[in-house]
Every structure is written in structure tokens, then in C-alpha cells.
Design a protein. Structure first.
Ligand code: FAD
Ligand code: EPU
Length: 337
């Protein structure tokens, strides 16, 4: 398998940042992985695994090897009411959602329209509208870089938390996910508790929603709030929603009673970063070629020709301002390279 040199990543990251990789290879099978890692050049270079590039900000050319995972294939096993759907890591996540919704396999309809690939879905435990991958992931298989072996991880092995997994933590950089199995159900147990879904269902006068209804409503809400990366570069939420101690929260909420907040594990409290950023006057502002999205202050955008450095510097400005006003430190959700 040839390693391509000085390869443009502009079309391979949803921020649309114009950078090149020193070396690049497209991986379509586990055999491709074995072959690439038998090349001595690989050990001399740092490595980046790339899915759809929808959670990345490149601040410079990548001085190493980029492996784009394009392993495809979907298989289904039905056991009574349960449906085990296994997908190759390179499958487009939203195509899988559409496939499952069309077949009546319930469980991932709330995750409609999230960009990216199946292989990345466990990395940050993708989540939206009341559902996270941790609720449906049965297992995943991964290529161990050090040994070339394929290992299986159960849901517990993945150590999921809000926008976290073992693959972002202690196993970072050690495995390449090759497939994921989701446990879905032929019986719909629709999750409509997220406020915005309920409101939209009521507006549409839908009282007994199907999974197709949930998928449609989630898609409509997302389109109204989030910029489409095919027209305006972005990587979704740029920061995580901060989780703070209850005592700190009690102090803050007495000053800012309108502040949205949600229960988090261990009696902590999750705040809405978008609200904090908007309250600092950043919503919809343009800063050079970058800025925040007009309908969602948590999303940083590329208005055209932005460099990764420019977006990064703007994100620092936001972090500093939010810290000064609220004493809350925002953490970037996007991977900075
Ligand atoms: P990439 O950006 O290519 O990679 C992300 C990370 O995963 C990197 O660390 C990469 O090295 C690693 N990785 C990728 N593939 C593999 C693999 N096969 N094996 C090992 N490591 C791998 N996220 C949410 O959780 N919820 C949302 O609602 C949401 N909305 C979004 C909306 C928009 C408009 C955009 C642009 C992004 C949004 N995101 C959301 C973020 C993004 O869609 C997810 O993080 C997605 O899982 C990234 O997938 P990807 O294939 O593009 O990963
Ligand atoms: N809000 C504002 N101003 C804003 C944005 C949001 O006041 O500019 C307020 C909203 O009014 C609401 C609260 O903040 O009260 C939460 O907003 P929203 O429902 O839009 O969700 P979010 O917390 O901003 C999170 C995820 C999204 C996910 C949505 C839906 C994170 C970091 N982001 O956003 O995920 O789609 O919930 O579940 O957890 C992503 O990770 O890239 C992403 C888009």
C-alpha cells in the first residue's frame, strides 16, 4: 500500500482548514492496516487516525502519517426483539442511522444528522437529544497498534462518560477502531424527554411518535440551530458543557438565575456553554475569518479562508472572557492538532 506524500486534508476536515499531511493512506480493510504497519516508515512518523474529520481543528500541516479509516460493511443479527447491528468503522454515521430507522431498529434515532463515521462514535461517546452511544454500544473491535492484533472491547471496557471514553484517556493513540456493534431493538422505546423534541412534537401535533418521527424532528431542530459544514466550516460544539461542583453552582445561580443547568453524576451540575458564551456577547459575532454561529454560540465557524491558528486564538478569547465573567473554565471538545 503506497503512502501518499504531501496530501491535502482540506476536503477531509469539516472546518475546511487548508493543511497537508506529510504522509497519507486510505484504509479499507483490516488487511490494509496490517500492511501499512509493516512499512518501516510508519514507525518513524507520528500517527493520526482520521474518520470524517468533523471533530478536528488543524492548526498546522500534519507532520506525520494520517490514516483515513474507510472500512465499510453493515451486518445485522436478530435475536428475539434485539437487533445487533455491526458496522465497519468507515461507514458514515448518519447513513447507518437512516438505515436503522428505515428498518425499524430503534435506539439511535435521536443521534440523527451527527456528522462523522461509525469508528469515531465511541471515541467521544457521541450524544445528542437525550441519547449517547454508551446507551446502545454492545462492543467494538480495534486494531492494537503495538501488536497488530484485533481486540474486542465491551461497553464496560470503553469507560464511557460525557464526551469521554477510554480511547480518549488511558488508551489514547493505542488502538484503531475497525467495527462497532450496536444493540438496537425492534420495539421502539422512543426518547422524547429532551425539551426541544417535546416542543417540536407538540407543534407538529404528534402524540404517539415513531422512531421515524423522532429522527425527523431531531433533524429539523439540528438544521435550525447548526451550520451545515458543506457550506460553512465548523466542527459542531467547540467546547464541552462544563460540569461544576454544586457549591460553585449555588453561588453562580444566585447571581444568574436564568442560567440553564442539568444534573450531572456525583451531585455535580452541568452548565450550557452556549449560554455562557452568549451571555459574554459572543453569539453570532464575526472575528476576522472566524466567529460563532448566529443560532448557536457554542459552534465556532470558518467564514472562509480561516486558518486553524485564527480559530484557536478566537477560542482562547472566548475561554478567557467566560472565565472572567463566570469563573468557569471551558474545555475544548474539538481535537486540536
Ligand atoms: P474525526 O473528527 O475524524 O476524529 C475524531 C477523533 O476520533 C480523533 O481523535 C480521531 O483520531 C479519532 N478517530 C476517528 N476514527 C477513529 C477510528 N476508527 N479509530 C480510532 N480513533 C478514531 N458530536 C456529538 O457528540 N454530538 C453532536 O450532536 C454533534 N454534532 C455535530 C454537528 C456538527 C455540524 C459537526 C460538524 C460535528 C458535530 N459533532 C457532534 C462532532 C462530531 O460529529 C463527532 O465527534 C463525530 O463522532 C466525529 O466523527 P469523525 O469520523 O468525523 O471523527
Ligand atoms: N443556549 C444559549 N445560547 C446559545 C446556545 C445555547 O442560551 O447560543 C442555551 C439553550 O437555549 C439551551 C442550552 O443552552 O437552554 C442548551 O442548548 P442546546 O440544546 O442547543 O444544546 P447544547 O448544550 O448547546 C449539546 C451538545 C450538542 C448536541 C446538543 C443536543 C455538547 C458540547 N454539545 O449542545 O452536541 O447536539 O446538546 O443534545 O454537549 C457536539 O458535540 O458537537 C454537539 C453539537
Amino acid at each position: 500500500m503506497p503512502l501518499l506524500e504531501n496530501y491535502s486534508l482540506k476536503q477531509l476536515n469539516t472546518f475546511g482548514i487548508n493543511v497537508n499531511a506529510k504522509l497519507f493512506a486510505n484504509i479499507t480493510s483490516e488487511e490494509d492496516l496490517a500492511e501499512v504497519f509493516s512499512n518501516p516508515l510508519v514507525k518513524e512518523n507520528k500517527l493520526l487516525v482520521l474518520g470524517g474529520g468533523s471533530n478536528m481543528l488543524f492548526t498546522r500541516d500534519y507532520d506525520g502519517l494520517v490514516l483515513k479509516v474507510s472500512i465499510n460493511g453493515i451486518s445485522v443479527k436478530e435475536v428475539g426483539d434485539d437487533v445487533f447491528v455491526t458496522a465497519g468503522a468507515g461507514e458514515v454515521w448518519d447513513d447507518l442511522v437512516k438505515y436503522c430507522v428505515s428498518k425499524g431498529y430503534a435506539g439511535i434515532e435521536n443521534l440523527t444528522l451527527i456528522p462523522g463515521t461509525v469508528g469515531a462514535s465511541p471515541i467521544q461517546n457521541i450524544g445528542a437529544y437525550g441519547v449517547e452511544i454508551k446507551d446502545v454500544l454492545e462492543s467494538c473491535t480495534a486494531f492494537e497498534i503495538a501488536t497488530g492484533e484485533i481486540k474486542t472491547f465491551s461497553r464496560a471496557d470503553c469507560e464511557f462518560a460525557y464526551r469521554e471514553s477510554v480511547f480518549k484517556g488511558k488508551l489514547k493513540g493505542k488502538y484503531i477502531i475497525t467495527s462497532v456493534t450496536y444493540k438496537l431493538s425492534k420495539t421502539a422505546n422512543v426518547q422524547t424527554h429532551y425539551g426541544a423534541i417535546n416542543t417540536e412534537m407538540e407543534r407538529r401535533e404528534i402524540t404517539n411518535p415513531t422512531i421515524a418521527d423522532v429522527s425527523e424532528v431531531v433533524a429539523a431542530i439540528r438544521v435550525s440551530k447548526l451550520p451545515d459544514p458543506s457550506t460553512i466550516g465548523n466542527a459542531g460544539s467547540f467546547f464541552k458543557n462544563p460540569i461544576i461542583d454544586k457549591t460553585v453552582f449555588d453561588e453562580l445561580v444566585s447571581q444568574f438565575p436564568d442560567m440553564p443547568h442539568y444534573p450531572a453524576p456525583d451531585t455535580r451540575v452541568k452548565l450550557a456553554a452556549g449560554w455562557l458564551i452568549e451571555a459574554c456577547g459572543f453569539k453570532g459575532i464575526v472575528d476576522g475569518n472566524t466567529g460563532t454561529w448566529k443560532n448557536q454560540a457554542l459552534v465556532l465557524v470558518n467564514h472562509g479562508g480561516a486558518t486553524g491558528q485564527e480559530v484557536y486564538r478566537f477560542s482562547e478569547k472566548i475561554i478567557n472572557t467566560v472565565q472572567q465573567k463566570f469563573g468557569v473554565l471551558l474545555e475544548r471538545e474539538v481535537n486540536i492538532l
